[in-house]
Design a protein around this ligand. Structure first.
Ligand SMILES: Nc1ncnc2c1ncn2[C@@H]1O[C@H](COP(=O)(O)OP(=O)(O)O)[C@@H](O)[C@H]1O
Ligand SMILES: [Mg+2]
Length: 252
């Protein structure tokens, strides 16, 4: 059998001395989509951030493997170059930086280059915006300057499409996203996977509607820093009806 794309083994993580993840095991193979669900504060964003190498979190036990290599000591930059992608969600507008300028920098960083030709990026961008049904004028908008929820999602999907990640981590943290914004993500994931079937995806969400459209291979429920249950796409439906209470550890 070939190596897993991502393997978390008994991962324990702390922030500010407080334990957040308490022994997570997760295996994502190439081409698979995994959904991570769970109540607020369960540690979902922490998991995504730790895989990306966010310095605010300490791995106190366990290992993270990417294609069989232990990446626990790698910097976020090294992980990005190895193909791990976590959408950048800037809360503030970055004044004067357009979507296309930002993408150019991000792609250069991913490929370990200092510069990329504007033309090359534009051609890719035009092609992807067409595939994703986006208005080309979007590329000239200033990053997050008055972006709607849907436009922030478009930017995220464009990053994912152009960076060609091996592993895409999508943390759908925004509450109050409307259904159109979720559809942009779902359609974007499907379109990018059509072009890049090897890509693995971990999508963090509590939106069952999103999962209905993405059709994950596996759904995991994270409660209090532990994956308490894993199953197929139908698990999302069960959660929609019953909530997370059934899976809360009795001792807590
Ligand atoms: N950088 C941090 N420093 C201290 N505590 C944190 C940090 N990040 C997250 N936490 C805490 O860890 C828990 C899990 O947070 P988070 O991963 O954001 O959960 P989720 O995404 O599932 O809502 C929360 O109690 C949160 O307050
Ligand atoms: Mg979160």
């Amino acid at each position: 059998m070939s190596e897993a794309l991502l393997e978390l083994r008994n991962l324990h993580v702390e922030a500010d001395g407080a334990p957040i993840l308490r022994g997570v095991d997760l295996t994502v193979n190439e081409g698979e989509v995994h959904a991570l669900m769970g109540p607020n504060g369960a540690g979902k964003s922490t998991l995504a951030n730790v895989i990306m190498g966010h310095p605010g979190y300490n791995v106190t036990q366990g290992d993270i493997f990417l294609k069989g290599e232990n990446i626990a000591s790698w910097t976020p930059d090294q992980r990005a170059r190895a193909g791990i992608f976590l959408a950048f969600q800037y809360p503030e507008a970055i004044s004067g930086v357009s979507v296309v300028q930002f993408l150019r920098q991000a792609i250069a960083a991913r490929k370990g280059l200092s510069e990329l030709s504007v033309l090359e990026v534009r051609l890719d961008l035009i092609e992807w915006m067409d595939r994703l049904g986006m208005d080309p004028a979007f590329a000239e908008r200033h990053l997050n300057d008055g972006f709607s929820g849907g436009e922030r999602k478009r930017n995220e999907v464009l990053q994912m499409a152009l960076l060609e990640p091996a592993l895409a981590l999508l943390d759908e943290t925004d509450s109050g996203l409307d259904i159109d914004a979720l559809r942009i993500v779902a359609r974007g994931v499907r379109t990018v996977r059509d072009e890049n079937p090897q890509m693995g995806v971990v999508v963090v969400t509590h939106y069952v509607k999103l999962l209905e459209e993405i059709e994950p291979d596996q759904v995991h429920i994270l409660v209090d820093g532990i994956i308490v249950h894993s199953g197929g796409a139908d698990l999302a439906q069960i959660i929609e009806h019953e909530g997370y209470d059934a899976w809360r550890p009795v001792s807590l």
